[in-house]
Design a protein. Structure first.
Length: 358
């Protein structure tokens, strides 16, 4: 087990987005680590969801509310007096961002500003890890992996909203949480950037693995778009442990680690959508797929890789699972779920413990 993560035992953690896919996995990890969690998020949108499967209401003090409710957010955070803040709440879907662009900006940029406003009001030391995405980079669609100091941008509303969130974070870090005056404000703010995360319990619309597993589990043909797109697939536990390591480093040296860090697979460990679907069907043991010839035409980046050397060198973090293993573990989770939903909780716990033992 990662000994440096023992820092979270008995600590208060304010976790936004705790009812979501990544948030529910992180909530379960915090329960294993012995942290006291207060979650702040919208209610799960699916009748069957990972938060329900892990009995999330028993693992935290759950507040169902909107990031855009500035006063509610401030009240809940300051009342709890957290030692750590992990900010995962977002409108995370590219395709949906085309349907609700201004709402996406409100949630992802203004919602982040609201959270930072609340941290300003907190009258105690606090370490905050704010999660954005690999899509914050201005994408030239080249093979070169993007580094933390590369230009930010965003073609679609989701990507642009997350780049805006990064500008908001940078502004607050300069204006209110400047490392030069840390001894005065006692707040440390870092950013984690990761993308194309896969794992059991994700039922988000228009995401490849949930679509594949939903089709396979219900004996339907898998329909895919953009089979040649290359993505840096990584299991959800990879970046989550990275975020936790970053939080632990902030606690150790808040001045040094108040920066942005990329979390992704090794540069050569990528799969095309086509390769991933073939692998998923092979692991499942049956199934077929075809291309979506009537797909909606909108821009999607074809190539996006992250340079993770900074996280490796400074955080003692590195990927543990290959893309192939990440796909296999994800498909196996869904097979367990479709076979017997009651076994999904212990299987989730076991996947976390197995990963932490690597």
């Amino acid at each position: 087990m990662f000994s440096e993560l023992n820092i979270y035992k008995g600590k208060k953690v304010f976790l936004t987005g705790h009812t979501g896919f990544k948030g529910a996995w992180l909530l379960k990890i915090f329960s294993i680590l012995g942290a006291h969690v207060k979650g702040y998020s919208l209610a799960p949108t699916d009748n069957v969801n990972l938060y329900g499967i892990i009995h999330g209401d028993t693992l935290c003090q759950s507040v169902i509310a909107d990031l855009r409710d500035r006063q509610k957010l401030a009240n809940e955070l300051t009342e709890f007096e957290p030692d750590f803040v992990f900010h995962l709440a977002a409108q995370p879907l590219v395709r949906l961002s085309y349907e609700i662009p201004s709402v996406t900006f409100e949630i992802n940029a203004i919602g982040t500003a609201n959270l930072l406003d609340a941290i300003i009001l907190l009258n105690k030391p606090c370490n905050a890890v704010l999660i954005t995405t690999d899509k914050v980079y201005y994408n030239n669609e080249w093979q070169y992996p993007y580094r933390e100091n590369d230009r930010l941008g965003g073609y679609d509303p989701y990507s642009a909203s997350k780049a805006c969130a990064e500008l908001v974070i940078d502004c607050y870090r300069n204006s209110f949480f400047n490392v030069k005056t840390y001894n005065k404000h006692k707040k440390a703010v870092a950013v984690g950037r990761a993308g194309n995360v896969i794992g059991g319990g994700d039922w988000s619309k228009d995401r490849l693995l949930p679509d594949i597993c939903g089709a396979l589990g219900n004996n339907r043909e898998v329909i895919i778009r953009n089979p040649g797109s290359i993505r840096p697939w990584q299991h959800v536990l990879e970046p989550l442990i990275g975020y936790l390591k970053l939080g632990a480093k902030l606690n150790e040296d808040p001045v040094r680690y108040s920066q942005a860090y990329n979390f992704g697979p090794l540069a050569y460990d990528v799969l095309s959508v086509n390769e991933m679907v073939d692998m998923a069907i092979n692991v499942w043991g049956s199934g077929s797929y075809s291309l979506d010839v009537n797909k909606q035409q909108f821009h999607e980046a074809k190539i996006l890789k992250l340079d993770i050397s900074k996280a490796i060198d400074e955080l003692n973090w590195k990927p543990k699972l290959s893309a192939q293993v990440a796909v296999r573990k994800t498909i196996e989770w869904y097979k367990v779920f479709f076979n017997d939903i009651a076994q999904a909780l212990p299987y989730t716990e076991q996947q976390i413990l197995d990963f932490m033992a690597l």
